[in-house]
Design a protein around this ligand. Structure first.
Ligand code: FES
Length: 334
């Protein structure tokens, strides 16, 4: 048995189990895109999960000796609890995650995963438009299948730079072809997103996952139209608007009664961890939701890519790895 070397002590997260899993199948499903099938090493079933869920995959240590984890969406059949399936694009700008997956996660390797967690839930709708870019098909595919199972009208636009970058085509070929539009930029030019969304009404929900610029465009279109509802999942943190200030603020931890000063340019998570506070975290980029913390007082300056507009407005929680404060002081339920 090959075990992924140097797995450090993993951070525990409430209600989420850590599993030893073995890679039972590994195959390429697109250019630089590898699909892994993970099965529990103890032969038990995984917990149930919903479309949109992702898991933390632990890949050893980072350069600071901290656990290196990455988040990957589950794309297999939700009813199959014997396996979790993920897809990973080798990113030329990889900071160690996708490169390590491609280099080290071979068939038979045992590693640890945690989850599943869902910040990309499907809300009931009269119809769905799904828009996936490249590897962004992974969370979208189970959603499409769920819409089909439920008999809710749907359409899938699957976009990529070229045909080689379209992943999981074997799975997609099993969907009703009349609802699936494959679009390759090199053959057809840029897709007309304005045209696709121009006729959408208030009962329609658009779910998208893919590169940041694609999601930014759709987000803007949704806000400008004021009609259709937009949901997206990002692989990387949304870009902070230029000129956005980063002021120091104070954090009071309600349970322990300790005060912490968060300087400009340093995250609340980093300060708390270095002070020995036991906090849950994983991505440190505001995309996974692990560090979500209840806010008791103060006004967060939300900079994550997890919370919805409504959740941001409610100010009940914040992602302490990236979010800051508009108020001079913030009280957290820690
Ligand atoms: S650690 Fe992932 S959102 Fe904060």
């Amino acid at each position: 048995m090959t075990r992924l070397a140097e797995i450090p002590q993993l951070p525990a997260v409430d209600h989420e189990e850590i599993f030893d899993v073995r890679i039972s199948d590994r195959r390429f499903v697109g250019e630089d895109i590898v699909a892994l099938t993970l099965r529990r090493d103890d032969g038990e079933l995984f917990p149930a999960w919903e479309p949109g869920s992702h898991i933390d995959v632990f890949l050893g240590k980072d350069v600071n000796g901290d656990p290196l984890s990455r988040q990957y969406s589950l794309w297999g059949p939700v009813e199959d609890r014997t396996a979790w399936r993920i897809g990973v694009l080798k990113d030329p700008k990889s900071r160690g995650g996708s490169q390590r997956v491609h280099d080290q996660l071979l068939e038979g390797v045992v590693l640890q995963v945690r989850g599943a967690r869902n910040h990309f839930q499907m809300e009931p709708a009269e119809s769905y438009i799904f828009i996936a870019g490249g590897i962004g098909i992974t969370p979208i595919l189970p959603m499409v299948k769920q819409a089909e199972r439920q008999g809710v009208p749907w359409k899938l636009y699957y976009l990529a730079r070229n045909r080689e970058r379209l992943a999981l085509l074997e799975e997609i070929s099993k969907l009703p072809a009349q609802h699936v539009i494959l679009h390759c930029d090199d053959e057809q030019g840029m897709i007309d997103l304005a045209g696709i969304t121009s006729t959408l009404g208030t009962s329609e929900h658009v779910y998208a996952c893919g590169p940041g610029p694609l999601l930014d465009v759709l987000d803007t279109m949704s806000q400008e139209s004021g009609r259709w509802t937009f949901h997206c999942e990002r692989f990387a943190a949304a870009t902070v608007a230029p000129g956005r200030t980063e002021l120091p603020f104070e954090v009071l931890l309600a349970k322990s009664g300790t005060n912490h000063q968060i300087p400009a340019g340093v995250s609340c998570l980093k300060v708390l961890r270095e002070s020995g506070v036991n906090v849950d975290w994983s991505c440190s980029e505001g995309v996974c939701g692990t560090c979500e913390t209840e806010v008791l007082e103060g006004e967060p300056d939300h900079r994550d890519s997890v919370l919805t507009a409504e959740e941001r407005a409610a100010n009940e929680t914040m992602m302490i790895c990236v979010s800051r404060a508009h108020s001079p002081k913030i009280v957290l339920n820690l």
